[in-house]
Unconditional design. Sequence first.
Length: 414
Amino acid sequence: MPQLRNLSLFTKTTLATALILVLFFGVMAFWTYQQKRQDMLEEAVTRARLIASETVQTREYLSKHLRLGQVRLSDERYALIPIVASNRVGQLVAQEGGFRLRQISDRFRNPDNAPDGFEKAVLASFAENPYMRESYALTEEDDVPTLRYLQPFRADESCLVCHGRPEDAPDFIRARFSVETDQAYNYSIGEIIGAVSISLPLTRLQNQLQLSLQGDFLYLGGVFLGLILCLGLLIRANVTRPLTALSAAMNRVIRTGHFDERLPGRGDDEIGRVIEGFNQVVERVGDGIRQLEASEHRFRALTDNVRDGMVSFLPDGKVILFNHRAEAIFGYSRSEVLGMDIARLIAPMQETGAETLVRFLEETLESRDGGLLTLKGLRRDLEPLALEVSLSRASSDGHTFFTVMVRPKEGPTD
Ligand code: HEC
């Protein structure tokens, strides 16, 4: 991703921090949500357990006191049958509480108590696991999240009066539920006879969960933004600002060549040390350049005081030194001649160029051992010049260059 690399340091760090924080807060939010959902479910289950317990208690209480009061049940007192009464009381409470309560059985007497698909499956698992005390699940009933909760009833001695052998059942029961068609007789002790089944809509709890999650997200989002903002400001003040100033100063130095640029110091942290280093480098280079300029100045004064013309050039013919006297002899100014081809100053070499001249000078150097040489020069105004020339070769920094000392020859030119 080369585009990413070219983003500013500020953008990159902010992006990276934002990414990490988003991940962190995402995980945290998910975890909080799971936790709250679990809490909500537990609260609902506790409530369902309480409702179921109340139903069972009502039945048992009624059953006990009918027995103690020796109340004889009959068709007229049908509503006092403990299971019937507790079911009815449960339903009345359920109506008020906005939930649903039923007492159901596979082998129901009253078709109103027939189990639905969900209840059937739970009843089957109760029958398989004699130790199961309850069963619940979160489902959707008509798009409403609903807790389904069931607690099994196992037949005991007291139940068998009406659910045991038909011939032992009270007459009014046998009269109402024919032995041939009723399926709720012939239970044995411990057998699953049915269950209390509660459906608890979780709309209110769900709303609470949503509200508290919204609060959490707002809070987390606030913290998140605050953190990003603080980090951004910190990075900006401590890293990107000073770095931008540094790179701008470097650019100015490179562009202008003025080595008097200094940045204000800022403590002894990493960036402070870089800035300090920059200041020192600029100072040293500036000193070096000033020294170089001074030495060049001295050198020029020296060459300008020589009484002969003095011309230095590189093996490719490029003139690199031209003193005062040479200016007078050739009629060129120094600035015109620096970088020019030396061959233009020597009449016979005008056409052949620097290469021939250099070769000629090399050969001469070898054979004549530095003696004087007569050459035909050419002034700027193209007037010919008779010149006495002495030649030397030197090298500096691995570069060879030639220096000719020139003096107009006395007497007539030929
Ligand atoms: C006095 C007789 C009597 C006794 C004792 C009795 N039941 Fe029932 N039971 C009934 C009648 C009658 C019904 C039908 C209720 C109705 O019409 O809704 C019934 C219904 C039920 C139902 C609802 C399913 C269905 O068949 O409609 C369950 C569950 C149940 N009884 C469990 C028990 C248990 C458990 C006990 C013992 C703790 C018990 N009963 C004791 C008479 C009795």
